[in-house]
Design a protein around this ligand. Structure first.
Ligand code: DHB
Ligand code: FE
Length: 279
């Protein structure tokens, strides 16, 4: 049976792709950020994941404001990275796992989550950057199943709904009849706001509350309304919804935090990486 080993979740900021391309990992601005991934890489070597279920939000490559699925699931055998106009390099195509994708899709639809199934899906910086951070010197030794959450066009799914969606995905993975080590990855957040009067807004206190509650008390953040999340974490900080889905996937099992790094700012974002290991 498939086994969920834990989660490694991280912020995604296009500028990170630029820093990787220019080799700026030791630059004083970037070092405190990139150093946060050394422990993650060691942990990944020990966990040997076969598949990454990656929860993120599309930033306009697949869906735009005219068509915006609340939840989407990729079911492709290959995912190609697309040019979003940030000037960052695209990466080599990444393998999919259509078998696991369809197992998840069938299970969550049965559980009354009416998802958009995507047999073609481009991947953007929200997926390519975490893969480059986790496996900097090689093409990722994993296949991926991308889970998309609308964190962009209101109305957004509630935090409570995202948590339940994650639980349904986790049940599907644990029922999947193949010996796979599955790693869960959420990308995005933490607090940031790119537009409007509060552009540049970040909230370290709320970010700490989120990271702490994701360990042992996820219900603490699922109680916030979307409006409260926007107020507390910024218009793009609502990407924390991806992390809530990921925590739902880990389920009720005891999880322990094996690593965290928090660094302000990377571009306009309070950046975080957190590794949670399932007991
Ligand atoms: C930035 C952050 C994001 O989450 C994103 O998708 C794009 C840009 C930023 O801080 O620059
Ligand atoms: Fe983003």
């Amino acid at each position: 049976m498939a086994k969920i080993v834990g989660s490694a979740s991280t912020s995604h900021v296009p500028a990170i792709g630029g820093a990787i391309a220019k080799g700026l990992q030791l630059d004083p601005y970037w070092k405190p950020f990139f150093d946060g991934f050394l422990k993650v890489r060691e942990w990944l070597v020990r966990q040997k994941p076969d598949v990454v279920v990656v929860v993120s939000n599309d930033h306009g490559l697949n869906f735009f404001l005219d068509k915006m699925p609340t939840f989407s699931i990729g079911a492709a055998s290959t995912y190609t990275s697309g040019d979003e106009g940030w000037g960052i390099p695209v990466i080599e195509p990444v393998r999919g796992d259509p078998d696991l994708s369809w197992a998840i899709i069938n299970h969550v639809v049965e559980a009354e989550f009416d998802v958009t199934t995507c047999q073609e899906m481009l991947i953007d910086h929200a997926i390519t950057i975490p893969l480059q951070l986790f496996w900097p010197d090689q093409s990722p030794p994993v296949s991926i199943v991308p889970i998309g959450v609308n964190t962009v066009q209101h109305p957004l799914p509630s935090a409570a709904r995202c948590y339940k969606f994650g639980k349904a995905i986790g049940d599907a993975i644990r029922a999947h009849d193949r010996d796979l080590n599955v790693l869960v990855v959420a990308t995005g957040g933490l607090s940031h706001q790119l537009d409007g009067e509060r552009a540049g807004f970040m909230n370290p206190e709320f970010d700490a509350l989120c990271l702490n509650s994701l360990i042992g008390d996820p219900e603490r953040i699922t109680g916030y309304s979307t409006r409260e999340l926007v107020e507390l974490s910024g218009t793009q900080g609502v990407e924390i919804l991806n992390w809530i889905v990921a925590r739902g996937i880990l389920g009720q099992t005891n999880v322990s935090e094996v690593h965290r790094n928090y660094h302000i700012p990377i571009s306009n974002t309070a950046s975080a990486v957190q590794v949670l290991e399932c007991a």
